[in-house]
Design a protein around this ligand. Structure first.
Ligand code: SF4
Length: 343
């Protein structure tokens, strides 16, 4: 289809495409996006969907949902884009470190670009008017549509009956009578539609973006303020273990269980140092090789505190880095001295 229609002159008498209308949807695997896809199909639109992968969102459930629906899923690597948005979001953050408006703009812009390269006619989302206070109020929906650059070709089928019609409706590709008029946070209408469309597995209430979780947001902010958001490895490490800020330049990560320990060891790089208690079961610690001597003693005492050693018991730790292996003898730190360091 000729996307010159993005200009304001829309030929209302234009015929339907000679092939089936096709659309690319933004898809999270949540209830709204499932219903949006089902609604598009019920209207005779051939659909594909795109999801945005980043360290902040686990897309395994998205993949399963797309599989169950039998809709082709395209996965976009969105990590670097989202990290650069977090550095300086034009429209600010939500309650935590979630730059939802800028994030939506960037995802929709990319969806529009993909629509063009993949040869779809329009894009759609599962957004619902007034469902989220920051990014789905009427002004935010308008702003996001304008800024993404694809406003005329964007359809929000669940609330379209309450929004200005866009080209898919104006051209008669989809009928306004068949589109939703959902407004607000209740899921009742989506559940009713899901039943009508035969969607059997209903995902739990949306969530899943770590940027909205206070604990994760606190760690990410600490990283941003100290080491900076340079590269995905440091961000991925935020999901593993306990994080303790020892000084402006030194952070210690301590495994909480065997899985964390294995992951920390697997993630260690040239400029890292690994600590591990000997003789008693205990966690792996990961710290930068630039750690000062006094900080290293503290790091060892913290690892000992989370080991099976009794208070006051002496613990020997192995310190491994590219500079070789050495040992340090310490006693477990007192919990009162450790708690304030936790991020
Ligand atoms: S919740 Fe997370 S993924 Fe969703 S728009 Fe906000 S920042 Fe982006």
């Amino acid at each position: 289809m000729n996307h010159a229609v993005l200009s304001n002159s829309i030929d209302q008498t234009a015929p339907l495409p000679s092939r089936p209308v096709t659309a690319l949807g933004m898809f999270s695997g949540g209830l709204d996006s499932l219903v949006a896809v089902a609604m598009m199909r019920a209207l005779g639109v051939t659909t594909e969907v795109v999801t945005f992968a980043s360290p902040f969102f686990d897309i395994s459930q998205t993949r399963q949902a797309a599989d169950r629906l039998g809709v082709p899923l395209h996965v976009e690597d969105f990590g670097p884009t989202l990290v650069s948005i977090i550095q300086r979001p034009q429209h600010g953050f939500g309650a935590q470190l979630n730059p939802c408006i800028d994030c939506h703009i960037a995802m929709l812009r990319r969806t529009g670009e993909l629509m063009e390269t993949m040869g779809h006619d329009f894009i759609f989302t599962g957004e619902v008017l007034n469902q989220r206070p920051m990014s789905q109020n009427p002004a935010a929906l308008r702003l996001i549509a304008q800024k993404c650059g694809y406003a005329p070709l964007l359809l929000r089928p669940l609330s379209a009956g309450l929004l200005e019609p866009t080209i898919p409706e104006q051209m008669g590709w989809v009928s306004r009578q068949c589109l939703g008029k959902i407004d607000g946070r209740s899921r009742r209408e989506q559940l009713r539609l899901a039943e009508r469309y035969g969607i059997k597995i209903i995902p739990p209430v949306a969530g899943g973006c770590r940027l909205t979780e206070p604990n994760f947001a606190r760690r990410l902010k600490d990283l941003k303020d100290h080491e900076g958001l340079r590269g995905m490895r440091a961000i991925n490490l935020l999901k593993i273990g306990r994080h303790l800020r020892l000084s402006q330049s030194t952070k210690l990560i301590v495994g909480r269980n065997e899985r964390d320990n294995i992951e920390l060891e697997g993630n260690a790089e040239l400029y890292d140092l690994l600590l591990k208690p000997e003789a008693v079961p205990g966690p792996t610690g990961l710290a930068p090789i630039t750690i000062r001597a006094d900080e290293l003693r503290l790091a060892a005492a913290i690892c000992a505190r989370y080991s099976d050693a009794k208070p006051g018991q002496s613990v020997r730790l192995r310190i491994r880095s590219t500079q070789g292996v050495r040992f340090i003898e310490t006693q477990p730190a007192h919990p009162e001295n450790v708690e304030p360091l936790l991020i």
